[in-house]
Design a protein around this ligand. Structure first.
Ligand code: HSE
Length: 437
């Protein structure tokens, strides 16, 4: 770590990226300078902002700070703190490693990078004796990294379940409340600016999966990567699924679920999940995020708030910045990666959940028994079965909604494969996880 001396000497800050969040961070650094100085014990000085386009209008930001040479900026010997808000893997990864190599502490919101290659960044930081803080990488403004990394570090976390993507929560919530289909609500979300023009990262669950990997790593003191996350998006969720959930007293949420399996391995997945209305996560509206933690000693904890947006995300970045700056002033560093537990990842087929299976069957004697026998043959125990007469036209068909007790994913898949072969079962069997035990 670089030497730090006089209390009036500013700590120098470099910012990589000046988009919605970066520009807000820069403005707060300027407008809250006195408060931040008082909280840190030394002033912060923004010495440079790396951007792609120098000509873009950025109200309130001194053009003299802008540069297109991020590499030169992070390698400046006088920079103490580098804030990376570029997103994506490169050049963010190289710039962060260069900043660490030059002795700066790093604050980043880059979930994709941390989820795919956090290990090498944490290792480089540990070797250099600098900090890496990343509160803004998961669930925007919600304090969730620090609670897991510090507040609960003496506890034993058993599960972390979260709604960590605002776009998909907005879409699912609207499907429930307005009865509009996925494509219609997506188009609306895009028009309102909630969803990107290319919504793939959100609606296919990639964004939530990166956040799940980061949460699982912290919760279980193990290295969990994006590729470890069993991922499913919300593009296949239909209004019929929404209605089935409603009839069961549930809402559908895209749930990031990080739990310990009975063998001690980590089951980490992102799936559309039916969440009972009695669960705290069921009531999270619109684009909000929330994270629910179950721990051995603290019990059940819930964190809720805005998961994206310029000011909320900037709040998380500034919190990290002040913390890293305080550490510098004290000549200390905060907690680094804790991966001592090195737990394995539960193979996706071994993951356990309750499930809801919906199928169209011939309304004949013995069909229900045949369907039930398929579940039984694979060791899947039924919790409830509901039958709706007819499917809105075909009078000889009935819709069966089967809710299972907790079962292995592979057993449910095998059941579905067998059900598909039954002549009495129509095409289009749907399956969804149900939260709870
Ligand atoms: N696109 C994300 C969301 C925000 O919709 O929540 C950034 O991770």
């Amino acid at each position: 770590m670089k030497d730090v001396i006089a209390t009036s000497t500013p700590l120098k800050v470099a910012l990589l990226g000046c988009g919605v969040v970066g520009s807000q961070v820069a403005r707060i650094l300027i407008t809250q300078a006195d408060e931040l100085r008082a909280r840190i014990g030394r002033p912060l000085e923004l010495v440079g902002i790396a951007v792609r386009d120098l000509a873009k209008d950025r109200p309130g930001i001194d053009r003299a700070l802008l540069t297109t040479d991020g590499e030169e900026l992070v390698q400046r010997a006088d920079v103490d703190l580098v804030i990376e808000l570029l997103g994506g893997i490169e050049p963010a990864r190289s710039l962060i490693l260069a900043a660490i190599g030059a002795g700066a502490s790093v604050i980043t919101a880059n979930k994709a990078l941390l989820a795919s290659d956090g290990g090498s960044i944490y290792a480089a930081a540990a070797e250099q004796g600098v900090d890496v803080y990343y509160e803004a990488a998961v669930a925007g403004a919600i304090p969730i990294i620090r609670p897991l990394r510090e507040s609960l570090v003496g506890d034993e976390v058993l599960a972390v379940k979260g709604i960590v993507n605002g776009t998909t929560n907005f879409i699912l919530d609207k499907m429930h409340t307005a009865g509009e289909s996925f494509p219609d609500v997506l188009a609306e979300a895009q028009a309102l600016g909630y969803a990107e023009a290319d919504p793939t990262a959100d609606v296919e669950g990639h964004d939530a999966a990166a956040k799940a990997a980061i949460l699982a790593s912290l919760a279980f003191h193990s290295r969990v990567r994006l590729s470890d996350v069993d991922r499913e998006g919300i593009t296949g969720v239909t209004l019929a699924d929404i209605e089935a959930a409603r009839e069961m007293g549930c809402v559908i949420k895209l749930l990031a679920d990080c739990s310990l399996s009975p063998d001690g391995s980590i089951a980490v997945g992102v799936h559309p999940t039916m969440v009972p209305l009695s669960h705290p996560l069921a009531s999270i509206p619109g684009a909000y995020n929330a994270v629910f933690i179950e721990s051995r000693y603290a019990g059940r904890l819930m964190f809720m708030g805005p998961g994206a947006g310029g000011s909320p995300t900037a709040s998380a970045v500034l919190g990290d910045l002040v913390t890293a700056a305080r550490n510098r002033v004290r000549g200390a560093i905060g907690p680094g990666e804790s991966a001592y537990s090195a737990r394995g990842i539960t193979p996706s087929g071994e993951a356990r959940s309750r499930y809801y299976v919906s199928l169209l069957v011939e309304d004949e004697p013995g069909v229900l028994a045949k369907v039930a026998a398929c579940f039984a043959a694979h060791g899947v125990s039924l919790q409830a079965v509901r039958q709706d007469a007819g499917d809105g036209g075909a009078g000889d068909r009935a819709r069966l909604g089967v809710r299972t007790h907790t079962a292995r994913d592979a057993d449910v898949r095998a059941t579905l494969a067998e059900l598909e072969q039954l002549p009495e079962v129509g095409p289009g069997i749907t399956v969804m996880r149900v939260e709870g035990r």
